[in-house]
Design a protein around this ligand. Sequence first.
Ligand SMILES: [Zn+2]
Length: 459
Amino acid sequence: MSTPVTLTFLGAAGTVTGSKFLLSSAGQHLLVDAGMFQGLKTLRLRNRAPFMMDPARIGEVLVTHAHADHTGYLPALVKLGFRGPIRATRPTLELAEIVLRDSAYLQELATTDAIRGRYSRHTSPTPLYDSSDVERTLPLFRPVPLGQDVQVGRDAVARWTRAGHILGSASINVATDDSSVLFSGDLGRPTHPILRPRQTPPPARTVVMESTYGGRLHPEPAGPGHEEMAEAVRRAVAAGGQVVIPAFAVDRTEGVLHVLADMMADGRIPQVPVVVDSPMALRVLDVYRAEPGELLPGAGMEWLDQIPDLRETRSAAESKTLSGRREPMIIVSSSGMCEGGRVLHHLARLLPDPRNAVVLTGYQAVGTRGSDLSEGARRIKLFGRYVKVGARVVSDDEFSVHADADDLIGWLRDLGREPETIYLVHGEKESALALQDRIHQELGWTAVVPRADEVVRVD
Ligand SMILES: [Zn+2]
C-alpha cells in the first residue's frame, strides 16, 4: 500500500503571484517556492494571513527561480520559525539574495514613510519582514547542480532542469517511492536572447505547470524587432533629447541592453552613451557576467562591447551627476513600473520636455505610474508634485521571457509521456482555463485549475 502524498496549492492558484506548493507525506513536508503575493491589495494582504502550518515543521524549501513571486516569502517563513535548507541553483541563490535584500529595503522604506504620515496605497504599518530576517535567511541557502538527483528531506529526491526564463531558473522534479511531481516553475521562450535554452525535464505522474500566457501568443515582430523602441531613440537623439528606459532589475535590464547593443551594431540607432543607473540592476548584471556557463555558448556577455559608451553608475553621487548632463543619452533604470528607484528622478527631469522619450519594457500593473504613462496620462505624480508628460511615451511589448500558449503546449508534448494530472497554476483564471481547453483538445490530457489552498492526492 502506498503512503498518501498530498499537494497543497498555497499560492499562485488562479493568480500569477505567491507561488507556494506544499508536498506532504508521512509527516514530512517540502515546500516548492515561497513566493510573495503582489499586485492588488486583496492579494498583498494574503502575505499576512497566518501560514497554514508551523513553518518549523517544513523540512526544506526548493526554489525554481529568483523572482520575488517565487522567493519573496522566504524571509517571512524564517521569521516564523523555518530553519531548514533552501535549495536552488547557484545563480538563483545569488539573484535571490539581491531580490530579498531589495524587498526588505522597500518594506522598511514603506514603513518609515507610513510613520512619517506619508501614507500611500503601498504602505503598511509594519513590514512583513526586515533586513535582519533576510540576513538570517541567506545562511540557509544550499546550491544544487542542474540535471542531477539531490536528496531532499528523508525520503525524496529532487532534480533541477534548466527552464530558460531568467538566469538560474529551473523546473524541479520531486520523487518519493510513491509519487513523482514535476513543477515547471516559470518557463522561458524557446529562444532567450542571452540564456541557454531550456531543457526537457524527466516526465512525472503529476505536473504542476505555469499558465501565465496560457491564453495568448506572443506577436511575431515584423522585421528586425523592437522597431518602436528604435524609432523613439532615433527621434529623441535627432531632437537633442534623452531616452529613459524603465526596466526590471532582474533579467529585463540585460534584455534591454542586448537589444540596444544589437541596434547599435546594426546602425539602427546612433551610438550615444548608455547609462545603467540602478544599483540593484548592476548587481544583477554582475551575476550574469559571473555565470558564462548559463549564457548562450560563444555569446557570453561580450555583446555588451557593441555599446561603445556604456556607463554603470553605482553610487548615488555618480547618479546625481547625470542630472546635469544635457547631451543625448539612453538611461536604463529601475523600477520597471516606475514605482520606485532612481528612475523616478530621471522621469521628473525628462518627462516635461517633448524632445525626450520614455520606453516602457514590460507588463505594467494597473495602478502603477508605468500603467498611467502607457495609457497616455498627461501628468503623473512624482515626489509629491504633478509633472507634465511632454515626452513621447512608447510601450515595447516584445521583451517577454514567458513561454506563450504554443510554447507551453510544446513543453508538455516534449515530456513524451501523459501525466495522470496537470495542475495549471501561476496564471489569471482566464489564461489557465484557456490552456486547460487547449490541453484537452490537442493532447487529450487531463488538466485542472486548482483552487487556492486546495489539497490533492498525488501518490
Ligand atoms: Zn519568473
